[in-house]
Design a binder for this molecule. Structure first.
Ligand SMILES: *[C@@H]1O[C@H](CO)[C@@H](O)[C@H](O)[C@H]1NC(C)=O
Ligand SMILES: *[C@@H]1O[C@H](CO)[C@@H](O)[C@H](O)[C@H]1NC(C)=O
Length: 443
């Protein structure tokens, strides 16, 4: 308890001393490295969450009211700052899934005035994330005798048994990543129509990197047994650039796209992150949750030490995913929990993430990759199957079902040392276990 109290005090002192312009930003602007920053205003999502009006609504009416409330509250909070930014000759972009303004064209002179705008705000460096550098890639020609065979990860989580109930029909998955190569024969026929591209403004889905296409293939690809839910449909947002890194602004644009696109996705699969214990994407994720959209994030590839989870995967109120091997052990690279000062359980679940074959960026090619990036879409696909079988299940119900039905492989002493919560399960390596979607659907 003393420890927690101390942490709170230190945080507050740092806040006061750092003033309203983050010193890190000051340095970067002075040295000419940075001309953009985030004007962070107090988040309004708690106010939206506790709205009785919102609680009384369901479906499309609920989501349109949610969006109206988010837009109304953020634009009211942001309005007083706009004339001041304009007076300094600065351009800006406003967001509503998080109460932030992206300020552009910063100079050291402008920064001097931005320290004294009045009200409760902070001007800080924009967050950036990336796909994990631990990802290994090699391209494979699938030999003819192996074509049409179900991939090991899809088999391991027993998706083929679940297919006796459903293949994911009626559900939509969104991948926020480097894009998706639409012409791939495993993906082209189940595109639901929905694409946003804050980086390159292309008219339709493309992927010059390959990471996003690989992830989408694992969720629902229909060729060579790569996909967990081949009956599901997809939309996508390019929140990561061609090098695989993404800014807070781009990823917040994607968060808004998730809420506004028709069709809305049932699940969002995010195989990226950075840093730890960082809640910068919390408002965006909370908005999805209020729209009954299930957020799934990679826990990171910084294992095998304890407390190595990356954000947003290590945050509460979303599903953080660790990676397992063909031998049903935790992958060494998979980040372990616990997370945060309270020792929160992380990851929440684990799924296959080593040597995963999925779609490449040609018409019909296949690539092997490893990482929690590959485990995450296995869970997203499993959620499509579960929601296809019963569309009225809530986040908590899906979470509980994934946990109750999960396999519980052997936990090594080192992984037990990362923290247990009673018996061996749950633990901070596998979470509640390696998912078994066949069992989740009673097969
Ligand atoms: C699923 O269906 C296939 C045939 O379509 C059958 O061989 C298999 O035993 C079934 N599995 C389960 C778990 O029901
Ligand atoms: C679907 O899930 C809801 C919510 O848990 C439950 O009330 C309902 O009985 C389920 N329907 C079926 C057909 O299992």
């Amino acid at each position: 308890m003393k420890h927690i109290l101390l942490l709170v005090l230190v945080t507050q002192v740092t806040f006061c001393l750092s003033g309203r312009v983050d010193p890190l930003l000051q340095q970067s602007v002075k040295s000419g490295h940075v001309t953009e920053a985030i004007l962070q205003l107090p988040q309004i999502i708690q106010q939206v969450k506790s709205s009785p009006v919102l609680a009384s609504l369901t479906g499309d009416a609920r989501v349109s009211t949610l969006i109206t409330m988010l837009k109304g509250l953020t634009s009211a909070a942001q309005a007083p700052y706009l004339p001041q930014l304009e007076a300094l000759g600065l351009t800006y972009e406003q967001y509503w899934a998080s109460n932030i303004i992206l300020v552009k064209g910063l100079t050291p002179e402008a920064l001097f005035y931005l320290g004294d705008l009045g009200g409760d705000y902070e001007l800080r460096v924009q967050k950036t994330v990336s796909i994990s550098p631990a990802t290994k890639v090699h391209e494979e020609i699938v030999p003819s005798h192996k074509q049409g065979i179900i991939q090991w990860g899809v088999n391991q989580i027993r998706a083929p048994a679940a297919w006796n109930v459903t293949r994911g029909e009626g559900t939509v998955a969104c991948v926020i990543d480097t894009g998706v190569h639409l012409p791939h024969i495993a993906l082209s026929s189940n595109y639901a129509g929905g694409w946003a591209d804050p980086y390159y403004s292309t008219m339709g889905p493309t992927d010059n990197h390959g990471h996003g296409t690989h992830c989408m293939g694992t969720i629902l690809g229909i060729v060579n047994g790569v996909g967990v839910a081949p009956g599901a449909q997809w939309i996508a947002c390019r929140g990561l650039d061609n090098e695989g890194s993404g800014t807070e602004a781009a990823l917040t644009t994607c968060a808004q796209f998730v809420l506004t696109n028709d069709p809305r996705p049932n699940v969002v699969s995010c195989s990226w992150g950075g840093g730890s214990d960082d809640g910068w994407y919390g408002s965006q994720v909370a908005a999805w949750r209020l729209a009954n959209i299930i957020p799934v994030f990679a826990i990171g590839n910084s294992g095998a030490a304890c407390r190595t989870g990356n954000s947003p995967g290590d945050q509460p109120d979303l599903i953080g995913v660790g990676a397992t091997t063909t031998l049903d052990a935790m992958a060494t690279f998979s980040s372990r929990g616990a997370a945060g000062p309270m020792g929160m359980l992380k990851p929440d679940f684990s799924a296959p993430g080593e040597n995963i074959l999925s779609c490449g960026t040609a018409i019909n090619n296949y690539v092997t990759m490893s990482g929690t990036s590959m485990a995450t879409p296995h869970v997203a696909g499993a959620i499509c199957l579960i929601l296809s079988a019963n569309s009225s299940m809530t986040y908590d119900e899906v979470y509980d079902l994934l946990g109750e039905s999960a396999a519980r492989p052997y936990v090594t002493p080192a992984d037990k040392n990362c923290g247990l919560y009673g018996g061996d399960y749950p633990n901070n390596a596998f979470g509640w276990g390696r998912i078994d979607v066949g069992r989740a659907l009673g097969k």
